[in-house]
Design a protein. Structure first.
Length: 95
């Protein structure tokens, strides 16, 4: 049996481009409501950049984002995207 198409890595991967769907990734980790809030924040580009930086460093983006979310509560965060971008940057700087 010969498979011509490679399956996506996970639900957060766009199967046509094999790139990470950052919005889908956040929805998977945070849920739809918090993901929509996060992608609408001013710091969303910084979070997207932090996720890309993690990917380019060889990290699984789902693992990195989930780790950032689970490391400390987010309930008091004024900007989820800012907090997560900072946590991911800190993780990458110490990895």
């Amino acid at each position: 049996m010969c498979l011509t198409a490679r399956p996506p890595r996970l639900l957060h991967t766009d199967p046509t481009t094999m790139t990470t769907d950052h919005e889908g990734l956040l929805a998977l980790v945070l849920g739809d409501t918090d993901a929509a809030r996060t992608t609408g924040e001013a710091a969303w580009p910084a979070l997207r950049t932090a996720i890309r930086r993690a990917e380019h460093a060889g990290h699984d983006p789902l693992t990195v984002v989930a780790g950032a979310v689970l490391s400390q509560p987010l309930r008091d965060a004024r900007s989820i995207s800012e907090v997560l971008a900072r946590r991911i940057a800190r993780h990458l700087d110490t990895a």
